[in-house]
Design a protein around this ligand. Structure first.
Ligand code: MEV
Length: 334
């Protein structure tokens, strides 16, 4: 069901109790795109999962007429009703959300952000911020559904990345492992695969917006190559959906390596990431970039037999790495 259909269904059955909270808290997980990043922007299916690293947002109503945001990446304090376009801060989505709910209110909002997810490396820290932010902030004045929170989160994400496919916010809201496409929305994958992902960070910060623009440029210059890659990606993803049902982890690893080749072709890799992927492939089942690329993280697929070996392999070469599992909870509100 698409987000629009979910929202319509919710609106038609709506029986809302408006609760007012002085303080509210929400947490949302980060994510890994397992297959299909970039191609998903052009309508191809992607497979993604949320991970057991979270962002927690606390929002509090205050008497003073201001929006104040504190986080480990800095702070922002402004009066409401400032033009969003003039705000130059990665915390802009929080301002957007707070400003929106304050439209008919006299008060202000104080927001505190705590994060376990490194920023700007493809692990969904900005989407998790948008989702947890939308939930915590809106719950000060109403009781929105998850679908409504997702809609607000995507609007907020668009203040920093206009052309988002919506995939990242969707998985951060609903959690688990899912297939997603722009037209049909998401569908959860019911099997609960028991793999571990080893994440290694290139420590090259990237801007998703910039890399997505570069891919658009590649597509415009190479229409046939790109369209052929979209077909191949879709074929690969349909195979992956079958492999996931049968829990064929080694074969999934081969598909990961294949997907990485497509990402190399569209130009989102670099020398350092290729070296890291080579290291990951020595012991894991398969390694690829996750998210926008051009920096950020790669992940290696492992199970209990090669998890430690893969971590050690990265550590020996001095790459920052850690392992994650799928989070099945998604957005959580307190
Ligand atoms: C970024 O995490 C994923 C991209 O496919 C962009 C998007 O889906 O919006 C590169």
């Amino acid at each position: 069901m698409t987000l629009k259909q979910r929202l319509q269904k919710r609106k038609s059955n709506k029986f809302t109790t408006i609760c007012v909270h002085l303080k509210s808290k929400a947490s949302a997980p980060g994510k890994v795109i397992l297959f299909g990043e970039h191609f998903v922007v052009y309508g191809v299916k992607a497979i993604l999962c949320s991970i057991n690293k979270r962002i927690t947002v606390t929002a509090e109503k205050i008497n003073e007429r201001k929006i104040s945001i504190q986080s480990n990446i800095g702070s922002l304090e402004l009066e409401p009703n400032q033009p969003i376009i003039e705000i130059d801060s990665p915390l802009k989505p929080f301002y957007y959300l707070a400003n929106k709910v304050l439209q008919n209110e006299e008060s202000g909002i104080k927001i505190q952000v705590e994060s376990q997810i490194p920023t700007g490396v493809g692990l969904g820290s900005s989407s998790a911020c948008c989702v947890a932010g939308a939930a915590a902030i809106s719950k000060l004045f109403s009781e929105p559904s998850k679908e409504e929170i997702l809609e607000m989160a995507i609007e907020a994400e668009k203040t920093i990345f206009q052309n988002t496919s919506g995939a990242d916010c969707t998985v951060c809201t609903f959690g688990g492992i899912m297939e997603y496409d722009k037209e049909n929305g998401f569908s959860k994958i019911e099997s609960e695969p028991n793999f571990h992902l080893v994440i290694a960070n290139s420590n090259i910060e990237h801007s998703t917006e910039k890399i997505v623009k570069e891919v658009k440029f590649f597509k415009e210059k190479n229409e046939n190559v790109f369209s052929n890659l979209c077909d191949k990606e879709l074929e690969l993803i349909n195979d992956v959906l079958e492999l996931l049902k049968k829990n064929k982890i080694k074969k999934l690893g081969e598909k990961i390596k294949q997907n990485q080749k497509y990402l190399e072709t569209i130009g989102i890799s670099n020398e350092k990431m290729r070296k890291m992927i080579h290291v990951g492939n020595e012991i894991s089942f398969g390694t690829k970039i996750t998210g926008a690329g051009g920096g950020g993280c790669i992940f290696a697929l492992t199970d209990d037999t090669n998890l430690e070996g893969t971590l050690n392999q990265f550590k020996e070469k001095n790459y920052e790495c850690f392992s994650v599992k799928i989070d099945f909870q998604g957005l959580n509100t307190f």
